[in-house]
Ligand binder design. Structure first.
Ligand SMILES: Nc1ncnc2c1ncn2[C@@H]1O[C@H](COP(=O)(O)OP(=O)(O)OP(=O)(O)O)[C@@H](O)[C@H]1O
Ligand SMILES: [Mg+2]
Length: 327
């Protein structure tokens, strides 16, 4: 699918389905999502807790929890390659050099028995062949870039000797070390103080300008979305409810879930008298769903919403919603 300029997107995701096969149930964590991403583009992925955002990111990097997680349908085309058809070795090369992810919980991506220096250096050693002093210098440079004080000394520390915010930035340094074409950042700034957060976001921008890196921002923080993203995808119960350009989505959201979600967060672009919480809970993804998953909580629900999943409504080429009641 080429855009208007004839450019093929960096990433094309088509009807992706990721299920988790647990002992007692099948969790439909991602249930048929379709989107694409251009080089250098920033997409925000938002939605309530448990709606499948992290599983979407992990699917794109084939890092699903094992043995439960499996991609059961769809296609992921990255840089012209159908990555679901690559074998593990081929894919590992791609993951280290072209696509990478900052995980939601930094402790799970750092190994407690290796030093910070070893872990930041590993992808550089493996994928760029750096060794000796060259490798050491690059590791210190990366740690300085993410504001680790006295980096030349701290390279010898172990993860438990760093603060939570430092660990988060170290994970960021590892993810960025090989200048990937796609970086997925899952709540990358939750453990950072406000000053460091602003610094981190600025750093990301600079890297993007320098290397044309595209990013998917998985976050509950609409401040980040507003500051960093070109487009937003709103996810609910493993599906997209709406996807579109940032300004359009803020100004003219069409899906009742997007509207409710935006009304539940403080906004700098609009004065609101009151913040609303969305009544009810997201559905249990272990149950098979009929109709629109948001129907039980939706203020505009119609009989058909409970019977059939809505078709895609194309508002313009880049703004789409999945709802029976788009006006
Ligand atoms: N290892 C696992 N085994 C079984 N189910 C899981 C596992 N990890 C996540 N899930 C389920 O998959 C669904 C999607 O989870 P996911 O982590 O993608 O949510 P999320 O949108 O990232 O939420 P949050 O905003 O809280 O991070 C949830 O219903 C969750 O309970
Ligand atoms: Mg998550």
């Amino acid at each position: 699918m080429a855009d208007g300029n004839g450019n093929t997107p960096l990433l094309q995701v088509k009807d992706l389905k990721t299920y988790l096969f647990t002992r007692y149930a099948v969790v439909r964590a991602v249930d048929g999502i379709t989107f694409d991403l251009k080089e250098g583009e920033n997409l925000g992925l938002v939605g309530e807790s448990g709606c499948g955002k992290t599983m979407t990111g992990l699917s794109l990097l084939r890092l699903l929890p094992q043995p439960a997680g499996r991609i059961v349908g769809g296609q992921i085309i990255f840089d012209g390659q159908d990555i679901l058809t690559l074998d593990d070795d081929e894919f590992r090369k791609l993951r280290g050099t072209q696509m990478s992810m900052i995980l939601q919980d930094p402790m799970t991506s750092l190994n407690p028995v290796f030093t910070i220096g070893d872990q930041v250096g590993e992808p550089l050693l493996l994928h760029q062949g750096l060794k000796g002093n060259g490798l050491k210098d690059k590791v210190v440079e990366l740690l300085r870039l993410v504001r680790i004080p006295v980096a030349e000394v701290r390279v010898r520390d172990f993860p438990h000797q760093m603060s939570g915010g430092m660990r988060q930035r170290i994970v960021g340094a590892i993810a960025m070390s090989c200048n990937p074409k796609l970086l997925i950042a899952d709540e990358p700034t939750t453990a950072l103080d406000v000053t460091t957060q602003i610094y981190f976001l600025k750093l990301m921008r600079e890297l993007q300008q320098q290397f044309g890196m595209a990013m998917i921002w998985i976050t509950h923080d609409f401040g980040i979305v507003n500051r960093m993203c070109d487009r937003i995808a709103v996810m609910y119960a493993g599906r997209f409810m709406e996807i579109g350009p940032l300004v359009e989505m803020f100004k003219r959201p069409v899906h009742p879930y997007t509207i409710a979600l935006l009304n539940s967060v403080p906004r700098v672009d609009r004065k609101v008298d009151q913040l609303y919480s969305i009544e009810g809970q997201p559905p249990d993804l272990r149950q098979e769903m009929v109709g629109c998953p948001f129907a039980p909580r939706c203020s505009r629900v119609k009989p058909i919403c409970r019977e059939q999943y809505p078709d895609e409504v194309v508002l313009d080429s880049s703004h789409k919603a999945y709802c029976w009641d788009v006006k």
